[in-house]
Design a protein around this ligand. Structure first.
Ligand SMILES: CC(C)(COP(=O)(O)OP(=O)(O)OC[C@H]1O[C@@H](n2cnc3c(N)ncnc32)[C@H](O)[C@@H]1OP(=O)(O)O)[C@@H](O)C(=O)NCCC(=O)NCCS
Length: 174
């Protein structure tokens, strides 16, 4: 389903990315979509490619069926290049999962998804975004810092392998 036809929050969702952004943004023409359970096989394949401890099929099914979860994807030629899952719980958003195909990195795809999430959140009355990230994940930390996220705390032993999580937050300013 195209975002443009969904609740009216599609087309304008990406306006903010024109102001500033990654140096290689726009080099890949990908379509922003709202993902549904029909996309599950592609989402799972991408997840397994990207994460050493991927979400399971059941994890994704649960999120697709949860009212508060929004799943966004970027596709080119029908192929999923990136996905993003978040809880929309105004006044909060919780970013759950963000993944970009290894060969499509540093092209601004994650930036685009985060921009869309922020825009959707603002329109829904969200004021803050929260997320957890591994302290060892330099790429993600750099992405979130460049988007203005700040460290808000640490969650000891948060991940399945025992690694702590860094809690980051972004205040959504009008
Ligand atoms: C983290 C991740 C989502 C970034 O996706 P991406 O599409 O490559 O990121 P973008 O191209 O939008 O990058 C935007 C900016 O973030 C920063 N950034 C992204 N990747 C970076 C890296 N490897 N090293 C340093 N900075 C990086 C840069 O500031 C970049 O702008 P620039 O390219 O102009 O320098 C991707 O590397 C990924 O899927 N990693 C594995 C899964 C993961 O860690 N997800 C996040 C879990 S919290």
């Amino acid at each position: 389903m195209s975002l443009a036809g969904d609740s009216g929050w599609g087309g304008r969702a990406e306006a903010a990315e024109d102001r500033f952004g990654p140096r290689n943004a726009g080099q890949v023409k990908a379509r922003l979509l709202r993902l549904t359970e029909a996309d599950l096989p592609e989402v799972l394949a991408l997840e397994r490619l990207v994460y050493s401890q991927p979400w399971t099929e059941g994890n994704f099914q649960g999120e697709f069926r949860r009212q508060i979860t929004l799943a966004l994807g970027l596709k080119r030629g029908g192929r999923l290049l990136a996905h993003c899952f978040f809880w929309l719980l105004p006044p909060e958003i919780h970013l759950l999962n963000l993944a970009v195909r290894p060969e499509c990195r540093r092209l601004g795809l994650a930036w685009r998804l985060v921009t869309a999430m922020e825009s959707i959140g603002r329109r829904a009355g969200a004021r803050n975004i929260f997320l957890e990230v591994r302290p060892s994940n330099r790429a993600a930390l750099s992405l979130y810092r460049s988007r203005g996220f700040q460290v808000a705390g640490r969650r000891p032993g948060y991940y399945g392998d025992g690694e702590d999580a860094v809690l980051m937050t972004l205040e959504l300013i009008e």
